[in-house]
Ligand binder design. Structure first.
Ligand SMILES: CC(=O)CC(=O)SCCNC(=O)CCNC(=O)[C@H](O)C(C)(C)COP(=O)(O)OP(=O)(O)OC[C@H]1O[C@@H](n2cnc3c(N)ncnc32)[C@H](O)[C@@H]1OP(=O)(O)O
Ligand SMILES: NC(=O)C1=CN([C@@H]2O[C@H](COP(=O)(O)OP(=O)(O)OC[C@H]3O[C@@H](n4cnc5c(N)ncnc54)[C@H](OP(=O)(O)O)[C@@H]3O)[C@@H](O)[C@H]2O)C=CC1
Length: 290
């Protein structure tokens, strides 16, 4: 029976998962390397809950109840009570494998370990844990409090009990499950990221400006965000990692990451989270950088 949730990574996804898990009544412990990250994360969760209060989605009482269920720290030992740990750290296999070594040494033997990876092989990640049968992908979409879908992905060794527990957990969050096989980037990102990468090629080749491309897809294809705005929202480092996983994993040149995406990431222009990407977010309103 899952009661206590542990989360690794207090970035945009870790905070979103903590937010929805606490609203569903779970006790949540969120861990990140730096205490500052944890503090910023808790403030972000509070801000997003407050937004839901002011739009009439919930009462202030519910916000306080949810916040009281979330604790944060930079001590990995604080995850020892967790029945389910969801790793939502940076999309980098080396980082994730290192985290699993540390987390497994403090976890209860029966605890389930899941990853929110956007693209990496669940089977390969599972091999870096001491519990491949209790390891799987639980892939939330961004922004977690708003998006209804969660992809569930089994690795080769994932036991049925693990899958059933994850499915029940996601249902309690009032999200809809879709099941994907363990192929690079699963379903949503296999389709979405090549579209975003193509939008970046469209910019790179001078077919249109940032504004023209985003306006075209918003008004011409009814997308809620333009593809470049969405890339900034996801994080350009994450977009690049996903394209690299698709390119390496499927060995097809149609997945080659656009050199302009590589350049932005090399510049540290990672999108909204770093203040600059295809738009500059440092002023009053976002301004296109091209
Ligand atoms: C990379 C991966 O591995 C997988 C992925 O996640 S891919 C990315 C998937 N996500 C998308 O495609 C998102 C596309 N964008 C959208 O759907 C919309 O633009 C959006 C929902 C993000 C914002 O919608 P909008 O109508 O433009 O803005 P806005 O009216 O401000 O927000 C709508 C609601 O979302 C909430 N919201 C927006 N951003 C939020 C955030 N970051 N956190 C929490 N809530 C948020 C708002 O509070 C608002 O809620 P209320 O209706 O209760 O007020
Ligand atoms: N962004 C998106 O739209 C989506 C992302 N995902 C996936 O979710 C995961 C997280 O993405 P996202 O939240 O966007 O990324 P962020 O960059 O916002 O957050 C990642 C967090 O992990 C922290 N971190 C890095 N290394 C460690 C470590 N060793 N131990 C603990 N924490 C660590 C980072 O700290 P620091 O910054 O200090 O390095 C940062 O706080 C990725 O796997 C991503 O692919 C899934 C769905 C959607």
């Amino acid at each position: 029976m899952i009661k206590n949730i542990g989360i690794v990574g207090a970035g945009q996804m870790g905070c979103g998962i903590a937010h929805v898990a606490a609203l569903a009544g779970y006790k949540v412990h969120i861990y990140d390397l730096s205490p500052e990250r944890v503090e910023t994360g808790l403030a972000t969760i509070n801000g997003n809950l407050a937004r839901q209060v002011s739009s009439g989605k919930m009462s202030d009482e519910d916000r306080k109840k949810a916040l009281a269920l979330i604790k944060g720290s930079s001590d990995i030992n604080d995850l020892s009570d967790a029945d389910l740990v969801i790793e939502a750290a940076t999309e980098d296999e080396t980082v994730k494998r290192k985290i699993y070594g540390q987390v497994c040494s403090v976890l209860k033997p029966e605890a389930i370990l899941a990853t929110n990876t956007s693209s990496l092989s669940i089977t390969r990640l599972a091999s870096a844990t001491d519990r491949p049968e209790r390891f799987m992908g639980i892939h939330f979409m961004n922004p977690v409090p708003v998006m209804k879908l969660v992809e569930l992905v089994r690795g080769i060794a994932t036991e049925e009990g693990t899958f059933a527990a994850a499915k029940e957990f996601v249902a309690k969050l009032d999200k809809t499950v879709t099941v994907a096989e363990d192929f690079p980037a699963f379903i949503v990102n296999r389709i979405l990221l090549p579209m975003i990468n193509e939008a970046i090629y469209t910019l790179y080749e001078g077919v249109g400006s940032v504004e023209a491309i985003d306006t075209a897809m918003k008004l011409g294809a009814n997308h809620p965000m333009g593809p470049l705005q969405l890339a900034d929202f996801i994080g350009l480092d994450t977009c690049l990692s996903i394209m690299q996983v698709l390119h390496d994993g499927l060995a097809d040149s149609k997945y080659r990451p656009c050199p302009l995406l590589v350049k932005y990431v090399e510049a540290g222009w990672l999108g909204r989270k770093s203040g600059r990407g295809f738009y500059d977010y440092r002023g009053e309103i976002p301004v296109p950088t091209r």
